[in-house]
Design a protein around this ligand. Structure first.
Ligand SMILES: O=C(CO)[C@@H](O)[C@H](O)COP(=O)(O)O
Length: 223
């Protein structure tokens, strides 16, 4: 994946009857974001490891798996074992987030911690060296097509400052309501990795949508 702003379309907004075509047509993206929901941690249900394995088999770009599930300690290592690029679990879903991150890294995937809008960032700042990425949710997890929550930006700033303090290359990912009019706000606050569902798969030209998002994020970084 590139070191500039990274764009990861979310297949939650894709046509699931044609999933191979849907991952192949976003070849200009840096990765594909795969939302796993269990109708327990969030009030929606998507799919599990079998489907992720199938997507992994046909995808020309790396898989960024976002687990919106309870009991991540039990399930997350199995997703890492599929050979995906990155596994994200929510802070509340693990009894020991640092230990789970070490297991995920030990298997060979990047370890990523997700923070819901109501989850404070402060308790996790000292754990950051255990992680490769933090996902700051800019909507309540569970559904695509919601409005971007600009009031999450202080979390990104706190994470960016803490990563610099630790001297680590921590990717800061945002997810929810990312579109041409919001991506710059998140980039200015320190995000470098952007999940976009409806603004990519809902576009008439997905390549142009991905390029536009990348350009808008780069322009904001330059300020
Ligand atoms: O994790 C989620 C929703 O819980 C996201 O990945 C959504 O799929 C983003 O969709 P848009 O807000 O970009 O439409």
């Amino acid at each position: 994946m590139s070191s500039g702003p990274r764009i990861q379309p979310s297949i939650l907004a894709a046509d699931w009857a044609n999933i191979q075509h849907e991952v192949e047509r976003i070849h200009a993206a840096d990765g594909v974001h795969v939302d796993v929901m269990d109708n327990h941690f969030v009030p929606n249900l998507t799919f599990g490891p079998q489907m992720v394995e199938a997507v992994q088999r046909v995808s020309p770009i790396p898989l960024d798996v976002h687990l919106m599930i309870s009991d991540a300690d039990r399930w997350a290592p199995g997703y890492a074992e599929l050979g995906v690029f990155s596994v994200t679990f929510h802070a509340e879903a693990s009894l020991d987030p640092a230990a789970l991150a070490r297991r995920i890294r030990g298997i060979g995937a990047r370890a990523s911690l997700a923070l819901k809008p109501g989850t404070a960032v402060e308790p996790y700042l000292e754990l950051l060296p255990e992680f490769d990425q933090v996902l700051v949710m800019t909507v309540e997890p569970g559904f695509g097509g919601q409005s971007f929550m600009a009031d999450m930006m202080p979390k990104l700033r706190a994470l960016r400052a803490a990563a610099e303090r630790h001297g680590i290359d921590l990717w800061l990912q945002v997810d929810g309501g990312i579109a041409l009019d919001t991506i710059g706000i998140a980039a200015e606050a320190g995000a470098d990795t952007f999940v976009a569902g409806s603004s990519v798969y809902g576009a008439a030209d997905v390549d142009a949508a991905i390029a536009g998002l990348r350009e808008a994020a780069s322009a904001a970084h330059a300020h």
